[in-house]
Design a protein around this ligand. Structure first.
Ligand code: AMP
Length: 529
């Protein structure tokens, strides 16, 4: 696919939708949006081969919103999703894009009180986003009338099939008008999906965001998996571990750029943002500071970075995974120029694995996984850097004046202690050598082994939790090595796990509201009975 140059305005969208997209910080359509939106506005059925991270949700949400009739008082569009998480996410995105169109979208899924959903449906909604089981439930109860639906979207269709929803989907589709517009989004196209498409879609247009093979320059490429809420912290740890002279960090939206810059600056990093809402003078100022080395990390959207001539970038960070393989190549091509090796680092959430694999396939390259550095790794690295700094000054010589002072001090004090104090001084550690390390918190006696803290997690055998799930989750979320996790006891409804005292607070913070096996968990220090 060619480089995206069209604007949302070029796609013929209404001012209401354009304004909402601008509020969301979207600068230009992603490839799937550029190709799908015009077809969908024409009323065509579309099969989109795209996964999370490509902008597929807005690709169908925008035309749905454009085509809604404000006078109609029944459900006009329905999106079927495999999971409750996705349904909620899609509903949020539809609601945001439809902000000025004053539409109402709700997510209906199993696990939430059906009465509440019935009440919402009763008051009238324009777009329903639901999991197939719950949608059928409402249809049977007569609380959801889909006989006036104009658009049906099957989102992540391959996952819905894997989860055994095919019969439900067919049942739901037959309850909608035959003249409806049908959209199907799927990362893969197994035969079962093709059969569904043949049966329920009319001359669908097939849109695939998988361009011809591309070649990449010699760049070391890594990825780190992290929870979305933990991303800024994860990036900081990576920055602490890498020797970044000058890096560019890409975010998906203008808003994302602003938020990340704020987060980084607050933590003391020399970061500045650049995006389409800034005027030329502001951009020039930032660019000059970057070129002069006063800014170590330039945070940018793809649009803003386009056309910038930046040399000698040691690192490219994809804070958000690019929406198509081509833009991955564009982004990382900014490092490793002129025969130098560069490093490209991508942060992904669990849901974005498919998008990462697609990039690897198209580029015929391997992007290596790296475990998130732990707080201890970062501290160790800082110690190493401190030693290197000292040795460098020693190698540079010109120490005559200080040597005299050293002799005087050595006459009186212990050399080891003296050196330790000097190190403390150069580390700037009138506070601490590890500024990002949270202070060790005393949790009292939690019943754990000496040196450990026992934590309580509210999932257990009933949720099919196994020790490996606990270790994997804690190690990846909190960025600590799995082998320092201690005793794990899994009971029917909860689990106890022991972690070293100095990382306990970090584990609690990182795991709060995270998920294990798809369940949102809560975690706290255990109470000694
Ligand atoms: P999706 O592939 O639909 O799950 O979208 C992935 C993420 O990209 C979501 O956070 C969207 O809000 C965001 N997104 C979608 N379209 C655009 C766009 N044109 N520009 C910037 N971000 C976008």
């Amino acid at each position: 696919m060619t480089e995206t140059k069209l604007t949302f305005r070029d796609l013929g969208l209404s001012d209401k939708v354009l304004k909402a997209l601008d509020d969301m910080g979207f600068e230009e359509p992603s490839p799937i949006q550029e190709h799908a939106i015009p077809k969908l506005l024409e009323g065509k059925d579309v099969i989109g081969q795209a996964q999370t991270g490509t902008g597929k949700t807005a690709a169908f949400a925008v035309p749905i919103i454009e085509r809604l009739d404000p006078k109609v008082r029944s459900v006009q569009a329905m999106v079927l999703c495999p999971t409750r998480e996705l349904a909620v996410q899609v509903a949020e995105e539809v609601q945001k894009i439809g902000k000025y169109a004053r539409l109402k979208a709700i997510a209906i899924y199993g696990g939430q009180s059906i009465e509440r959903q019935i009440r919402s449906l009763h008051f009238g909604v324009d777009v329903v986003i639901g999991t197939p089981g719950r949608v059928m439930d409402h249809m049977r109860r007569g609380t959801l009338n889909i006989s006036g639906v104009k658009v049906v979207v099957l989102d992540e269709a391959d996952e819905m099939l894997d989860m055994g929803f095919v019969e439900d989907i067919e049942f739901i589709l037959t309850g909608t008008p035959a003249e409806r517009q049908t959209l199907l989004f799927s990362a893969t196209m197994p035969d079962e999906i093709k059969r569904l498409a043949r049966r329920y879609m009319r001359e669908p247009v097939h849109i695939q965001v998988s361009p011809q093979q591309m070649t990449v320059p010699q760049i070391e490429q890594f990825f780190y998996e992290t929870r979305p809420a933990f991303k800024t912290e994860a990036l900081c740890r990576i920055l602490d571990m890498e020797d970044v002279d000058r890096g560019i960090c890409f975010c998906r939206t203008k808003k994302g750029v602003d938020e990340l810059v704020e987060g980084l600056q607050a933590r003391g990093y020399l970061a500045e943002g650049i995006h389409g809402d800034m005027n030329q003078a502001q951009r020039t100022r930032v660019m000059n500071r970057f070129k002069e080395g006063g800014v170590e990390l330039l945070v940018a959207t793809d649009v803003a970075a386009r056309g910038l001539d930046i040399q000698d970038v040691t690192h490219v960070f994809n804070f958000d995974i690019p929406q198509d393989p081509e833009s991955y190549v564009h982004r990382i091509g900014r490092t490793g120029r002129a025969g130098r090796t560069g490093t490209a680092i991508t942060l992904i959430s669990a849901r974005e694995f498919g998008q990462l694999r697609l990039i690897e396939r198209v580029m015929k390259t391997r992007i290596q996984r790296r475990p998130l550095p732990s707080v201890m790794d970062v501290a160790e690295k800082q110690r190493e850097q401190l030693k290197e700094k000292l040795i460098k000054v020693m190698d540079e010589g010109q120490l005559a004046m200080y040597k005299e002072m050293a002799d005087e001090l050595l006459d009186e004090y212990d050399p080891e202690l003296l050196l330790a104090a000097a190190l403390k001084m150069i580390s700037g550690d009138d506070k601490s050598a590890t500024p990002n390390q949270p202070a060790a918190v005393d949790f009292g006696d939690t019943g754990a082994e000496p040196g450990m803290v026992r934590l309580f997690i509210n999932v257990g055998r009933q949720q099919m939790i196994q020790p490996a799930d606990i270790v994997r989750s804690i190690a990846s979320q909190a960025g600590i090595p799995g082998n320092i996790i201690g005793l794990i006891n899994i009971y029917d409804r909860f689990t106890f796990v022991e972690v070293p005292k100095d990382v306990a607070q970090q584990v609690i913070q990182a795991m709060q509201e995270s998920t294990i096996k798809g369940r949102t968990i809560s975690i706290e220090p255990a109470k000694r009975r």
